[in-house]
Design a binder for this molecule. Structure first.
Ligand code: ZN
Length: 272
C-alpha cells in the first residue's frame, strides 16, 4: 500500500517559525494571503517582552495577543526561556517544556504538543524527556534539502531555512517531485525577525506565491502532518497484507490503480 495525503493530495508543505517576535504578524499576513499553514514556536517567558529586552530592539507578541494572532496556525513550544538544553539539569529541561506547554495551552485554549529545539540542539536523552512531557514532535535546524518525511518525529529536520540560497530551486523541484518519494513533504523554517531586520519580505512572499494554489498540495501545520503520518503508521494489516484495519480516529488515504481510496476510522477493508 502506498499512502497519500488527505483527500488524495500528493504532497504536503509546512512552515515553522520561532521566537514570537512582533514581526510574526506581518509574516502571518503573507501566509494567510497565500493559504500557507505554519507552526509558530513560542517562548512563553518572552511574550510581552519590550524593545529593551531584545538584542535588536524588537518587541514580542503580547500574551493576550497569542490566541488571535496565531488563530489560523499552530502554536508549539520552544522552551519557556529559550535555554540551551545542554546547560540544564533534567528537571530544568522538564520545566522548560512542560511549563511552556501549560502557559501556551492557557493562552490558546488548545493542546500544545509540538516543539522546536532552541538553538536546534538535542540528543536521544532530551528526546526521551520530551516524549515523557507529552511532546509529539520536535524540530531541529539542519537542512535535509530533500522531501522525505521524518523517520522519528522527535528528530524532525527541515528541508531548508527561509534564507537558503536554493529555496526557490527547492520549491520548483518540490512542485515536480520525483515519484519514488512516498508522502513527499517540504518543510521551511526560520524567524520572522530576519525579514524584519532586513526589512525585505520579498523572498518569502515570492516563495509563497510560487507554492500557492496547487490542488495537489496539502498546506498543513506541523501537528497536522504528524497526526496524519502517525495514523498511516498505526494501520494494522492481515498477515497476507490483503486487509487493513484503521484503529485511529483519522481517515487514511492510499493510492489505487485508478486514483485513491481511504480507510475510515475503525474500518476494516480489503485493500488488494
Ligand atoms: Zn529560537
Amino acid at each position: 500500500m502506498t499512502f497519500i495525503y488527505p483527500n488524495g493530495k500528493k504532497q504536503a508543505l509546512t512552515f515553522s517559525f520561532d521566537d514570537n517576535q512582533d514581526f510574526d504578524k506581518r509574516l502571518i499576513e503573507i501566509f494567510d494571503k497565500y493559504g500557507m499553514k505554519c507552526t509558530f514556536n513560542v517562548n512563553s517567558g518572552t511574550l510581552g517582552g519590550t524593545a529593551d529586552q531584545n538584542p535588536d530592539g524588537n518587541v514580542y507578541i503580547k500574551p493576550e495577543e497569542v490566541k488571535e494572532v496565531y488563530k489560523n496556525h499552530e502554536v508549539a513550544v520552544h522552551g519557556v526561556e529559550h535555554k540551551y538544553i545542554a546547560t540544564l539539569t533534567d528537571p530544568m529541561i522538564v520545566n522548560e517544556f512542560m511549563e511552556d506547554r501549560k502557559a501556551l495551552e492557557v493562552l490558546t485554549g488548545k493542546f500544545v504538543q509540538g516543539c522546536a529545539y532552541a538553538f536546534g540542539r538535542y540528543n536521544a536523552h532530551v528526546m526521551d524527556i520530551l516524549r515523557s512531557v507529552g511532546i509529539k514532535y520536535a524540530r531541529g535546524v539542519a537542512s535535509t534539502n530533500d522531501f522525505f518525511p521524518p523517520q522519528d518525529f522527535l528528530d524532525w529536520l527541515p528541508t531548508c531555512h527561509q534564507a537558503a540560497s536554493n529555496i526557490m530551486e527547492l520549491g520548483e523541484s518540490f512542485l515536480n517531485c520525483p515519484g519514488y518519494i512516498d508522502l513527499p513533504l517540504m518543510y521551511v523554517w526560520g524567524h520572522s525577525y530576519e525579514f524584519g531586520r532586513s526589512k525585505d519580505w520579498s523572498g518569502i512572499e515570492k516563495f509563497c506565491e510560487l507554492m500557492s494554489g496547487k490542488d495537489y498540495i496539502w498546506y498543513a501545520t506541523n501537528i497536522e502532518i504528524y497526526e496524519y503520518i502517525n495514523a498511516t503508521r498505526s494501520l494494522e494489516f492481515s498477515a497476507d497484507g490483503s486487509k487493513a484495519y484503521n484503529p485511529t480516529l483519522i481517515e487514511v488515504f492510499y493510492k489505487t490503480d485508478d486514483g485513491f481510496s481511504s480507510i475510515k476510522p475503525g474500518e476494516t477493508k480489503t485493500v488488494k
